[in-house]
Design a protein around this ligand. Structure first.
Ligand SMILES: [Zn+2]
Length: 256
């Protein structure tokens, strides 16, 4: 299978790397490189080779965005000396599922700031959203926030919204909107701005309102899937394919 891989500069010493449909970021400082989601063993092996070709500092830190294996597998590639950082619930999930990936040595509940080589990475827990342990990673000097799976740019949220939580998810997006950044780097799809976070939240609010209205009128899921359209967002990617699944996900969140 052919792979789509790329490393692109976001702003200053902050870069984005792509492995097929997955994206992460890394920050190069004079004291070491901070890598975020390693994605997979294959992706991390490639990234590690690229980093050693391009930069003369080692990878010193690895930060997990949330517990999902399609984003945080493969961190062992960076060696045993790398400090791994994640939310306390991310660590719990990795241990509970006996996963053979590095377990975070540094965890936090609400907020953690990593300082390295004249840079800061501020980690925030915005509450439950897509799952219960997604965090926002702020790179203040680079005016960028990295968020995975709970905000995307000009694209519908993924399929049936997985193990999402409402209204927490909307509140988590509002939390990110309050952060001081210009560039939004999501774990899937293109880069955006703060306005894209706001748009994503407005999509969720419109979806919630439409499904709540259907429920209040006694409609079942199939009826809603056949009748709800969110015209303002029809230019979002995957609109036709995923809207019925998004309706199902929202229905489940509002009725369970
Ligand atoms: Zn996920």
């Amino acid at each position: 299978m052919s792979q789509t891989r790329a490393i692109t500069q976001i702003n200053g010493d902050l870069y984005r790397y792509q492995h097929n449909a997955h994206y992460s970021v890394f920050l190069v400082t004079p004291e070491g490189i901070v890598v975020t989601d390693p994605i997979s063993k294959e992706a991390a092996t490639w990234l590690n080779q690229e980093l050693s070709k391009r930069f003369d500092v080692p990878v010193t830190h690895l930060i997990y965005s949330h517990d999902h294996a399609d984003h945080i597998s493969g961190g062992e590639i960076f060696g045993e000396d790398v400090k791994v950082i994640g939310h306390e619930l991310t660590k719990e999930a990795i241990i509970r599922e006996n996963r053979e990936i590095p377990v975070p040595q540094i965890t936090f509940k609400e907020r953690y700031t990593l300082e390295l080589g004249g840079n800061k990475v501020e980690l925030y827990y915005p509450g439950k959203s897509h799952g219960d342990n997604c965090i926002a990673m702020m790179f203040p000097k680079q005016r960028t926030v990295f968020v995975v799976d709970f905000i995307t740019v000009d694209r519908l949220p993924y399929r049936n919204l997985g193990s999402g939580h409402m209204p927490d998810w909307i509140n988590a997006i509002k939390f990110v909107e309050e952060l001081d950044f210009d560039i939004l780097a999501p774990g899937h799809g293109g880069l955006g701005t703060k306005a894209d976070a706001t748009n994503h939240r407005k999509y969720f609010e419109a979806l919630r309102d439409a499904v709540a209205e259907g429920i209040s009128q006694g409609q079942n899921l199939e009826v809603m899937q056949g009748s709800i359209s969110l015209e303002a967002f029809k230019n979002f990617g995957n609109y036709e394919e995923w809207l019925p699944m998004n309706i199902e996900g929202m229905y489940n969140m509002l009725t369970q």
